[in-house]
Design a protein around this ligand. Sequence first.
Ligand SMILES: [Fe+2]
Length: 407
Amino acid sequence: MTTQLPLTPDYDAWPVEAELERVSFTPRLVTVRWSDGRESRYHSIWLRENAADETTVNPATRERILDLSSLPGWPEIEGAEIDAAGALWVTFAPEDRRLRFHPGWLRAHDYDNAGDPEAPLVPVTLWHGGPGECPDSLDASGLLDTEPAGEAEEAILAPALESVLGKGLVRLRGLPTEPGSLEAIARRIGPVRPTNFGLLFDVKAKPDPDSNAYTSIALPPHTDLPTREYHPGLQMLHCLENSVEGGQAVMLDGFAVAEALRQRDPDAFATLTRVRWCYANTARTTDYVWYSPMIRLDERGELLEVRIADFLRGPLQAPFEEVEPAYEALMTLQRMLCEPDFAIRFTYQPGDLVIFDNRRLLHARDAFEGTSGHRWLQGCYMERDEIRSRYRMVQRARRRRRLTTTV
Ligand SMILES: [Fe+2]
């Protein structure tokens, strides 16, 4: 008698939160009843495709190898039963193949009762700033001494990832101030995205600058690299030195500003989601140009990204009748970006690392007095995918621990 639960088609851990109690079937449908009374239906074609055996999934990679169209016919169910271990056996015709399904995995993928499978990993919380507000701040002083992907690293990273996913921003404190250490810190989350400014870029006043960022002048609220078809999802800024007068950091939740615009001036909001602006960074040796609305929504009308950087906007090339409404909407937005209630302001301390969603947050800085001391930040980019993947790995590790403590 089998008492072990079967493999799942992935590398994840799926604790059994309710047991299979009853099963019935028709040729194209399996219906199960769980110990908490829930009923779930699964299509035969869906079950066949999501089996975990070696004709469906390559055991070495857990990637699918089955081509559904190569089956001798539409999978139909000839038998279904629950075994002593609590797994579901299903017999498929015309293949005459008997396959076994893990109840925890089945329950976790119950599309018949699913809420929103694409819901954010962490609920998105829009925020306003104002005097005295500061970013979520965490002591990360031991981060580089922890074992990669171990529990101690997770204890530092998990709340940081939650803040970035939910609020678009976190400040880690107490990190080393050695130049270049940002790369090792960033790799604890995921691979860095290189750009024409390098893998890491130095934000400090330089002679012969190729960006306003590399001067001591004030920078208006902006997202970085809106000039790219896919502008970086994350930015990290790591403070190595800061002894200048001025140069305070300013952060705004671009989604909160966009939602406020949607409420206050729906026409301006609609215009900014429609008109495609030109974003251009034409330097001496590179020439990046992209056209995009300033506010982009996903298929469901939720905010996907904002692209705002006045110093990287090229000449507007919109339909003639759109030009004045576009500039009116832009100026309405620009006035909102100056409202102090949207902004949080803080001063970087050496060892601070601010991680923020570069397609959601706007960052700015006050001018600083270049001769009053040194201000040196190192920065890098990453994609939102890396934060999501790292956070799913945290969730997987938590599920695995729950599994081993309940066995
Ligand atoms: Fe920037």
